[in-house]
Ligand binder design. Structure first.
Ligand code: PLP
Length: 388
């Protein structure tokens, strides 16, 4: 085919660096994967049952574009009880196809061609491509290991130009597990308010916090009008395959997002929405059990990594650790590639999450203690062999 029918801006998008490692690992046997960013738990049974039950009763048609009102009411109550955020379920909450769609809609609703969006790295690999696809220009700011991968307000301020429209923040963070405190969020909020920006606050890991419950930047005084809260059911309720998320924010923005959603998606899956109602009503105990288990695994993995000589801070949330591999003298990519080939352990090189991730690897501990134990033994053998 001599003619390329592809749009230039799509051709120019780089493929995700995570994919490359999955593809390599999938061709090998006996691989322990610490690469995947999803829970190893199955969705709680009461949630599955509620979804079955809804289907048995014939709830198989479209819902309202914004999602079932009952679900939006449950989300509104949850945000109010957990973060003291008051959103009107009628016009300030939109149910989406995963947090992924909420991010995409939020960016498309606010970006004019050429608008700049500050993306704090290391971060979830989708943010910058989503900004580009919406016609915007991602401007990356690097959170550094010296600051425990927490972005400093001065860094945000220094990246602002006359074209800056928004900033994407994620706490607890993927890939570092770092959680921003109320005070740290308040300091960033000052910059946001001063320059009249919008924050896309990705809070999908909020329930997976192992110290104090993570706080929302929207709860900082005066920030409700400057924040689009993005969250969902994938991580906290082990519902990645259900594809259900949501956005909460100022009326005008949610209205604009709903308009795009209406033309491009109609609504999020009906059966998943019924399951999500049950998750919010009666899923608390399951979340607590999963959180306790993740915390145990986090402690186990952090201890093992530090003992083998890979410096690793204790992350406050999500289900990732982000140890340094600098002591080995290898780049992140070399370390990950050799570890996979020699010991059959799949991790993700830190640079795929942004420049400041170089010298680090992301290991997901959302896998059984037995598997984690074996993975740590293999990694230890690898590090002792290569680190003289
Ligand atoms: N945001 C972050 C930080 C993530 O890590 C992920 C998934 O890995 C998502 C959003 C996407 O979540 P969902 O499955 O709800 O689309």
């Amino acid at each position: 085919m001599s003619t390329s029918y592809l749009a230039k801006h799509v051709e120019e998008l780089k493929p995700s660096g995570i994919r490359k490692f999955f593809d390599l690992a999938s061709k090998m046997e006996n691989v322990i994967s610490l690469g995947v960013g999803e829970p190893d738990f199955v969705t709680p049974w009461n949630v599955i049952e509620a979804s079955y039950h809804a289907m048995e009763q014939g709830y198989t048609a479209y819902t309202a574009n914004a999602g079932l009102l009952v679900l939006r009411e449950e989300i509104s109550d949850y945000l109010s009880n957990s973060f003291s955020l008051r959103y009107n379920p009628e016009n300030q909450i939109l149910v989406t196809v995963g947090a992924s769609q909420a991010i995409d809609l939020a960016l498309r609703a606010i970006i004019d061609q050429g608008d700049e969006v500050i993306v704090v790295e290391p971060c979830f690999v989708s943010y910058s491509p989503a900004v580009s696809l919406a016609g915007g220009v991602p401007v990356t700011v690097s959170a550094t290991p010296e600051n425990e991968f927490k972005v400093m307000p001065e860094q945000v301020e220094a990246a602002i130009t006359s074209k800056t429209k928004a900033i994407v923040l994620c706490s607890p963070n993927n890939p570092t597990g770092t959680v921003l405190s109320e005070k740290e969020l308040a300091a960033i909020a000052e910059v946001v308010k001063k320059h009249d920006l919008i924050v896309l606050s990705d809070e999908i890991y909020a329930e997976l916090s192992y110290g104090e419950m993570a706080t929302s930047i929207a709860a900082v005084n005066g920030m409700m009008d400057h924040t689009i809260v993005i969250s969902g059911f994938s991580k906290s309720f082990a519902m990645t395959g259900w594809r259900l998320g949501y956005a909460a924010g100022p009326v005008e923005i949610i209205k604009a997002m709903t308009k795009i959603h209406q033309y491009t998606m109609m609504c999020a899956p009906t059966m998943a929405q019924h399951g999500a109602i049950e998750a919010l009503r009666n899923g608390n105990e399951s979340v607590k059990e999963m959180r306790t288990s993740y915390k145990q695994r986090r402690n186990f993995v952090v201890k093992a990594l530090n003992e083998m000589g890979l410096a690793c801070h204790l992350p406050g949330g999500a289900f990732y650790v982000f140890p340094s591999v600098k002591a080995t003298g290898y780049s992140s990519e070399e370390f990950a590639q050799m570890l996979l080939e020699e010991e059959r352990v799949a991790v993700v090189p830190g640079h795929v999450f942004g420049e400041s991730g170089e010298g680090y690897i992301r290991c997901s501990y959302a896998t059984s203690i037995k598997q984690l134990d074996e993975a740590m033994k293999r990694m230890n053998r690898f590090v002792q062999k290569h680190c003289k």
